[in-house]
Design a protein. Sequence first.
Lengths: 351, 397
Amino acid sequence: MKDKADKMTPLTIRGRLFEANASTFHEASLQADPDSALLVLKSQHGEVLVNRADCTLSEKIGSIPRKLTLGDGRIFECSDQKGLKVMFRPLRTSDKTLSLVAWMEEFRLRLIAIVMGLGGLAALVVVYIMPIGFDAAAHILPYEVENEMARHTLKILDKALLKTSELPANKQQAVSDVFAELLDTANLPPERYSLMFRKGGAIGANALALPGGTVVITDELLELAGSEDAYAGVLAHEIGHVEEKHGTRLFLRTLGLSVIFMLALDDVSGVMESVILFPGFLLELSYSRDFEREADDFSIDLMHKAGRDPAAMAQLLKDMTKNCGKACEETSFLGTHPGLTERLDTLSNSR
Amino acid sequence: MAGVEVSAYQDIRQNIASEGAQPDMGTRSLPVRFDGEGKEYFGIWFVNLILSILTLGVWSAWAKVRRLKWFYGQTSIDGHAFDYHAPPVNILIGRIIVVAVVIAFATAEHFFPGIGLAVGYIVLIPFLPWVINRSLRFHARMTSWRNVRFDFKGSWLGAFLAFLVMPFVATFSLGILLPFASRFTRHYVIRNFSYGTNTFSAKAPIGGIYMALLKAVGTFFLIGLLLSPLIYLVVSSIDLTSLISEDMVPADSRQSLENMSEDEKNQVMDSIASLYTYMLGFYLLVPAFMLATVVYRGFVRNVIFNHIMLEGGHRFGSHIRYWPFIWLAISNFLMVIFSLGLLTPLAQVRMQRYLANHTGVHAQGDLNIFVAKSQEAGSSFASEYADIQGIGLDFGI
């Protein structure tokens, strides 16, 4: 504890005085009178008075030497952290902020609390707040732009994965009619949507929604569907993906997350990046599962409005995943869709 | 007063230079130290990482400056520390531009797969040498030792050869010409660097770099040999067939699968399982390759540093030792993996300390004579682009 006597003596800190932009230096000391705005700079050249207001002090970062830049460009370098702290209290907001950060960085017990507190806040921002921003951006993007971009995606899919549909024309017409009926019930402009028939090939029984309104349904899925309501449910689910702009939202959220991690982890080498990026990857998968749930809910809602049975899709889902076994039943944190059990529950509760 | 002293020293220096041969003021080996402690950096690293994420990346500019100021400030030659002077706002603006470019690339790639990236790179390639040069220049001018700043002055052709052509040369010669590529790139950077008004020069013998390559290849085989019993154990004992389900077979092939007999089906499953097992074995060799890379860069550093000179007769050195260095790299790697990244700051500090302890600076004469060139800082965009795209442009290793 400092007693009154200590407080009266002017504080002195020692350091090196450098000429402006040269490597020449001299040992020097800086003395402060607590009541005065002036400092006394003493070196082998003698004593000189320095105005505090003319000086800029570099920030504290751990125990690195700090530099006081004097008005004439000379630099007083000092490692006396305690002395500097007393002599130069931060005045501007930017200095106070940096001072606060330096305080937080100190390796003390409170660091645990600070890391957990800030870390929790950061997690909240990334998981909940950031998606809101990107979703808003996705909703601003007009359908026409999404459609244009999706056209090229479809071209690639057609080249690499999908094959021409072998569904007979009358069956295609029947499915298209159901699709049109669903759009009508949902009050959606039919010109914005297009239904494409394809043979799934490697992806088998499946349905895809591309941003902008293109829905692709495979022959295999239509073959597997036990009733009209079964595949109507699937169509409604895909319409849900388009309406809620899930494709674009997932793309933007993923991109946003990658950018933030790229900026925050610029000092981390390749292998470490993969380790630290893993939680980000898990987060993206959870976004995907949330979107699938949203699409399921949209489908149930639309099916009800259209007077159809939402639960008819249940058997179709079971048939599509019959070879998957245990892995598909539970909702896993590595899955892009919620587990079968959960989806069947949602469907059966929709009655 | 100050002005008179500086110009007096300039006169002395000019006199010495005009006399030709340097009067022997003696060569002194200056102590190079890294005084940073892992625990001090831990708080800095962690708090800045979280703040960067919390601010959606904005704070990352300040985080970078703080990180470099700390590492530079804890590294000293002859009792004088380095310093980093970049204004965080400049770094932020540079990063915003980089993010815009990255987003443009990602969007092009996502919606026009294949074409997007190709077009992007074709457009980008003429700019890259310019970007790299500006990045090196900005970084150099923001770095100082004993109050005098560095500088870099490159050429488009030099950067084009060093950073775009040389990697090709190294790859297409299957590594045989790698030493030439490594030396060319490092010499390009060093010979264009200056400290104050003094320029650096470099003249490393190619034989030394081939020795480094030999050590690296030897390391790869050594580790591979040590790991092979483990790999064999893994490959022969694990049975992935239980994890393989028919779902992993492409849907259209599944039809033909159902038409096969039980025996034939098992054969197909077995061959898929063994394919995955061999892939797993291959992945276990990746650490061996990574370690070989670290060894290579370390020993190349030795050769290069031992043949760097700074105008005025100053020389440098590096004496990284094989076994301690390998142990450092392996222990750092394990430490980071098993702590799920939490001990990254400690690993960085350990490496920096080892490198500093094995770096030599042999100064000739009076070190008071260094004087800064007058210079403007230049924009930091290029520096940020190189930094984020992982174009490692460190002088160290």
